[in-house]
Write a protein that binds this ligand. Sequence first.
Ligand SMILES: Cc1cc2nc3c(=O)[nH]c(=O)nc-3n(C[C@H](O)[C@H](O)[C@H](O)COP(=O)(O)OP(=O)(O)OC[C@H]3O[C@@H](n4cnc5c(N)ncnc54)[C@H](O)[C@@H]3O)c2cc1C
Length: 511
Amino acid sequence: MDVVIVGGGHNALVAATYLARSGFAVEILEAADHVGGAAVSEAPFPGVDVRLSRYAYLVSLMPPALIADLGLAVRLADRSVASCTPYDGPQGPAALLVTDDLATTRASFRSLTGSDAEHEAWSRFYDDAQALADSLAPTLLERLPTGEQVRASLPDEIWRDLVERPLGEALERRFGHDLVRGVVATDALIGTFASLREDSLLQNRCFLYHVLGGPWRVPVGGMGAVSAELTRVALAAGVRISVGHRVSAVVPHDGGVTVRGSGPDGGAFVREPGWVLSGVAPAVLDSMCGEAAGTRPIGAQLKINMVLRRLPRLRSGVDPAVAFAGTLHTGEGYDDLERVHGAVAAGAPISSLPGPPPGEVYCHTLTDRSILSPELAAAGVHTLTYFGLHVRADDPTPREQLVAAALAGLETHLAEPLAPLLLTDADGRPCLEAKIPADIEAELGMPGGHIFHGDLAWPWLTGTAATPAEAWGVATRYPRVLVCGAGAVRGGAVSGIGGHNAAQALLELLT
Ligand SMILES: Cc1cc2nc3c(=O)[nH]c(=O)nc-3n(C[C@H](O)[C@H](O)[C@H](O)COP(=O)(O)OP(=O)(O)OC[C@H]3O[C@@H](n4cnc5c(N)ncnc54)[C@H](O)[C@@H]3O)c2cc1C
């Protein structure tokens, strides 16, 4: 075998396809009994025919050029509503709506703030973010640009506000309303435990990745449809996919790499490829290579999947088909986000804090009903996904308490309780499953349950690149081992970018 890929996530499938199409013999070794990693659909509730995007659910960062190049029959559907943020106004319950209809959005900002100024600030801010995204998007499938190149293409104010200074400074200067600041801020905190004000700029990088790919779209057929297509093209290219193969050791040496692990029958296996691509998190690769453990990533999220007889009604009277069509924010005012982060960072369990925990809710089935059986679709059934922020891997709060607090937070905006709306499965249990960081680590091998395999990096080169692997942002300390997963520079998220770039770096090295 020329190349062995450790871990069979969606990035591994991308890398494998490119390499196999270039004539290399490639084998993917995947510990689970299926490939796809976090980009899979499953039907977790017995007797309920709904194929849920079990982990990742929206796609933004997968470049259209990559989809076309690989010949993927993947359809990403637009959402007509970007977000809905319920609040209690002077006239009672209301909601801030950001939709693709400008007049509706402007009117909604006016109702919240009393003038058009905040919406104008919003438009200017997102124009600036778009300018930064536009300067970077064409580089994602190329060698890394240098920071100086990106810097030179942008006005000073954009660079300062989005790159150089903590994002919170720009949000506090540019917006006057706490709720508006909060809606923007959430994109800086998905899968990222950070204060908006901190000097690490982790929040800025997370925000940048959120605007880099354009709108977040719903994968038609669920996230599993994306991995199914990637599997199809990988197999067609001649990739060997070995599931049930857990890798335990990666030993680089002169002329190649020894890969050891255990197969589906429990027996040991050994492979001796010339090159290894790592589709597992950098911290996992380190331990496979016998390196001392470095800083361990800390995931900080709660994901809840639900199947409902119908969508719940809202206190604000906003049509549920509008409110849940985009991202519904709850407990995500700016000050609340900072307050919760500060308390959790100081060691408080999130359950001990007053007020609704910060989280957001999505409905796949308002955009794409193909994940439901015809019977459930006809009956008006919907899926809801809750994604909670700042639920750290080391938070001692029991799962049931986290779920109860999340649902109670959401219910503060609802005109009816959620529990009676939950469908029950064949065993009479409510169709609700929750994933805390510990589950993500146990099920996917993401250390600390960190959904991006570790903290996101700026998508450009700092310093100079001495090798193709460094130039593509996929280097490890071992010349014959490259990163092809979310841990690559520009990895993180369902994008295939890490896989593409590792393959290009290796092709540069070998040809
Ligand atoms: C709950 C959740 C929600 C998310 N939501 C979104 C979203 O909506 N949109 C988005 O873009 N991103 C989202 N993400 C992030 C995104 O899903 C991941 O960053 C991305 O899927 C990582 O892909 P990957 O191929 O690099 O690695 P992974 O998907 O992590 O795949 C790695 C593979 O390696 C395998 N493996 C691990 N250890 C071993 C071993 N020892 N031997 C062999 N195989 C091994 C694992 O089983 C897994 O299949 C989410 C992630 C999670 C967990």
